[in-house]
Design a protein around this ligand. Structure first.
Ligand code: ATP
Ligand code: MG
Length: 417
């Protein structure tokens, strides 16, 4: 539109000005000249009005002026008034004839394709003039319009071609940003196109580098801290093991055990973040494999087959965390999948106690477990769901909790396809 609209507007304005000013001026002077010729012929005829005079005039004028003269003895003009398509041209001729002729006249510009019929009343009848149309109308106007339209068409085509070429690198950049958001590889992306687009592409690559470095830093730090804390923790455990078996010491020992489990969880989490390649897998086969590892095996309800781009190791970990929760806290477990517009939805249902709605946000926080009374005998560090969410977000997806039809918790995982 940026290119085509101005071209169209310019052409229309130019055409309008041309027709209004140039063309009508040219036509007016052409009409004037024909009208002058006719008035001269009428005057010459009136000096000695006779059929011979008319024939003589015709003889003289036809070869030089493209104007033939004929005297007819009917005294009336045809009653039909035929106007040309461009009636402004008729108006111009009308004005010119009005100015140069005293006698009544009539003309028709449409009956003959290339000639104009002009009649003037004289005492002996009517003088009929047939003039070549070129003498009156400037026909080059149509040629001008034709070339104008052709030029617009050419310009439009060329600009569409160029703009297409310029838009392609932008959509490539958008695709790359999209893929990066889904945690996929974008090593094939090279900035291209106009200078500004290339600049945007380079900035995007730099931003990706910074995000990667930041993520690496985070996992390194996490792994480092968990690792470093283990040595003093082991020393403490040893120390308590050698102390008397009092109530207080037992409680301290259980705290230490819990701390150790947390550190293991952190290390696991950090390890899970290591780079894994995105591959295309068959979703149903993938889900089948995961479910088979559980005892009792959850019920399966799968949608039609489709392939999906994921990091299989990480995704297995995420789904295992969610499924093991369902099996830990419930009895009956169901895993189902379906397709929604641009996403594959994986849903895990159980018939356990569920999670109160106001804690939906909390349970995703690392080490957060619902009140210990509920979890009494159930082991866990509270990292399962936060790891799962991290992995799913890394895939460009989302995870949401809800109330299940089975009575317990519903976990809905949506992954872009
Ligand atoms: P782990 O790190 O071993 O998975 P966890 O299961 O306690 O420990 P999360 O998986 O993060 O930790 O779950 C957090 C809390 O959310 C759990 O402690 C539990 O109270 C609650 N929860 C999770 N899944 C369910 C479920 N299916 N039904 C009821 N409560 C659940
Ligand atoms: Mg868990």
């Amino acid at each position: 539109m940026i290119i085509v609209l101005p071209i169209a507007i310019m052409q229309i304005v130019v055409a309008y000005i041309f027709f209004n000013a140039h063309w009508s001026t040219v036509t007016a002077s052409l009409s004037d000249s024909v009208a002058a010729d006719i008035s001269l012929a009428v005057e010459l005829f009136n000096q000695a009005p006779s059929a011979e005079r008319a024939a003589k005039l015709n003889e003289m004028m036809q070869p030089h002026m493209e104007l033939s003269v004929d005297l007819r003895d009917n005294h009336d003009f045809p009653s039909a008034q035929r106007r040309s398509f461009f009636s402004t041209l008729d108006k111009t001729l009308q004005r010119s004839l009005n100015q140069s002729l005293q006698a009544p006249f009539w003309f028709d510009t449409t009956r003959y394709p290339n000639h104009i019929d002009i009649r003037v009343k004289v005492d002996e009848g009517t003088l009929t003039f047939i003039a070549a149309k070129e003498r009156v109308f400037a026909r080059t106007g149509f040629v001008f319009i034709f070339w104008l339209a052709l030029a617009s068409l050419l310009l439009t085509m060329i600009s569409i071609l160029f703009i297409r070429n310029q838009a392609r690198p932008i959509s490539r950049l958008a695709d790359a940003a999209d893929a990066f958001g889904k945690g996929q590889d974008i090593d094939g992306f090279r900035p291209s196109g106009a200078a500004e687009v290339r600049l945007a592409g380079q900035s995007f690559l730099k931003m990706r580098q910074r995000i990667r470095r930041f993520m690496d830093q985070r996992t390194d730090l996490l792994a480092g801290v968990s690792h470093d804390l283990r040595t003093p923790l082991t020393r403490l455990k040893l120390h308590f093991a050698m102390l008397e078996n009092t109530e207080e010491n037992r409680a301290a020992r259980s705290d230490l055990n819990e701390m150790e489990k947390m550190l293991d969880g952190y290390l696991d989490f950090a390890r899970g973040q290591t780079d894994e390649d995105t591959v295309e897998v068959n979703l149903n086969a993938f889900l089948n494999d995961i479910v088979e590892k559980f005892k009792p095996t959850p019920q399966l309800d799968l949608d039609k087959d489709q392939s999906i781009q994921i990091k299989p190791g990480m995704m297995t970990r995420a789904l295992t965390n969610v499924l093991s929760n369902a099996i830990k806290y419930g009895e009956a477990v169901k895993l189902s999948s379906r397709t929604d517009k641009n996403a594959a939805i994986i849903q895990v249902d159980d018939d356990g106690p569920g999670i109160p709605e106001d804690s939906f946000g909390e349970v995703f926080k690392p080490f957060y477990r619902l009140d210990t009374a509920r979890n009494q005998n159930i082991e866990g560090t509270g990292l399962g769901l936060s790891i799962a969410r991290d992995i799913i977000r890394n895939h460009g997806g989302s995870i949401a909790l809800g109330r299940s039809e089975l009575g317990g918790l519903k976990v809905e995982i949506s992954l872009p396809v």
